[in-house]
Write a protein that binds this ligand. Sequence first.
Ligand code: ZN
Length: 559
Amino acid sequence: MKIGEYLISKGKLTETQLRDALFVQSISEKRLGEILIESGYIADSDVAAYLAYDSGREYFSELNSLSLYIDKQENEELGFAFLYDIPAVAIRKGNIPYIICSEITANFSEKMAFDENLKKFQIGFSTKRKIYEALNQIFISKTVFSEKEILEEAIEIALLKGSPNIRIKRSENFYMVIMDTEIRQENIRILSLESGRKIINIIAGNCQITLKKGQGLDAKFVFVSNFYKGVRVNIRVAFLPISSKLDKESSLFEAVLRIHGLNKVFDFKYIGFADDKVELLKKSYIHPHGLIISTGPTGSGKTTTFYAMLKLLSQKKSSVITIEDPVEIELRESNITQMNISEDFGYSEAVRIMLRSEPDIMMIGEIRDEITAKHALIAAETGHLVLTTLHTNSSLSIFGRFKSLNVDLVQLFSVLRFVTAQRLYNPLCPDCKRKVMPDKLPAMYRYALEENFKFTASMPSKTNLREVSGFDSVYIRGEKNCNNCGGTGYAKRKPLIEIAEFNDAVKEEIYRDLTVLSSPPSLEEILTGLSNFESLKIQSFNKLANGEIDPPTYFNLSK
Ligand SMILES: [Zn+2]
């Protein structure tokens, strides 16, 4: 039974909801289960329960229960200590050992069942969150930190990882420190209720405010980073009162910390792109007209890249108008006009005004609807250079997105110059990274890599990591106590960009058969052959092979 049918049969989903989700799936690269969870139709536990049902395995709704035992050493030996991006945990239920997989690890759970080293384990399913909580209980807080240190560490890691916010969230029996990273994965630290309350109070103290029971507050404070050598960062904090039936006496709060204004430098040299990519980016602006689209998830650094582009373009003394939501950085150049989107002044209205004032270059913050998309195309067709962003995962999936906005793909293709996709990543710290042979990698890592490489290069059914990848070893992050990276194991983050250049040769080839526009693999083949296209996946594969990044970073970048 497919997941949709299963959920409908259990009364968890309606036919209409399934149709909606299937539509979203047809225009995005997400899995159906993921879409259903994100749209709020079902809970992540429903997907985990389905996976267990579908494979005839046991489903665990709780992992922190008295009838289960989690052995630290066993998990350490299996390598689950550092499997943060591939959640799995070993537990014992009575005398029976299990490895618990989540929706993310479901792909290779069957392979694990046949692994010689793992055959004593049964396979079970639970949610990613339950697995993280279980792992945290055994691995986090090896060293005893003070609450102040925990907070500082969280902010430093958020800066390093480029997380836009940190949430200090209360659950029934503990507090959690959750970091949202650019790829929406979460690093969680579990704290006792007592520690959680102390941290909230320390933050309130930093903001110089007093919290009153049941009263939400917004405040801010300045954090001086150690890791970034004295860089000052503005942090806005929202204190959210929570009602708790559990302990009535004390006033209880959660907090959300938003991190602003890490030193932004709008010059390609300093942003950290590879030289060949900078050359290609600069080439994209010599066109007097056409469309340049930048894609990437929130927090991928695409806005910074855009401002760098604008700075560069404004040097030519062309007139530039931008529409932004909101204007993030005010540029001082006299030939740049920035328009702010507000509730009663929307994108399509702003675009109309923009078109009337006839600038040379237009920047439309984001294309979100049909009208804005169509106006952007008209502007590009009538002699303007138009820059915009689109919320897709890869540069070549823009055609699917535009199709869903009822845009004629041939019309789009005829004005398209460049499409980029950007991510941020943390290279391994060169001082403390460790080399490991594939057979020494935890089984989960090996399987995840093998699965992933198979898709990357449409490899035949080779099974061994060395065979599918062609390389002997990978690098993982070091242990604590490294001066260079402050014990994080990673160096400062860098951007990675894929650039699809629709040059004359590429266009000629595509005009021969316009149906390739709906097929990212065929497009990739043409672009690789006729321009210098290098996908994020290929670039991150090379970085993994040469030891610049570790497997978790590779998984994030190659998604
Ligand atoms: Zn280091």
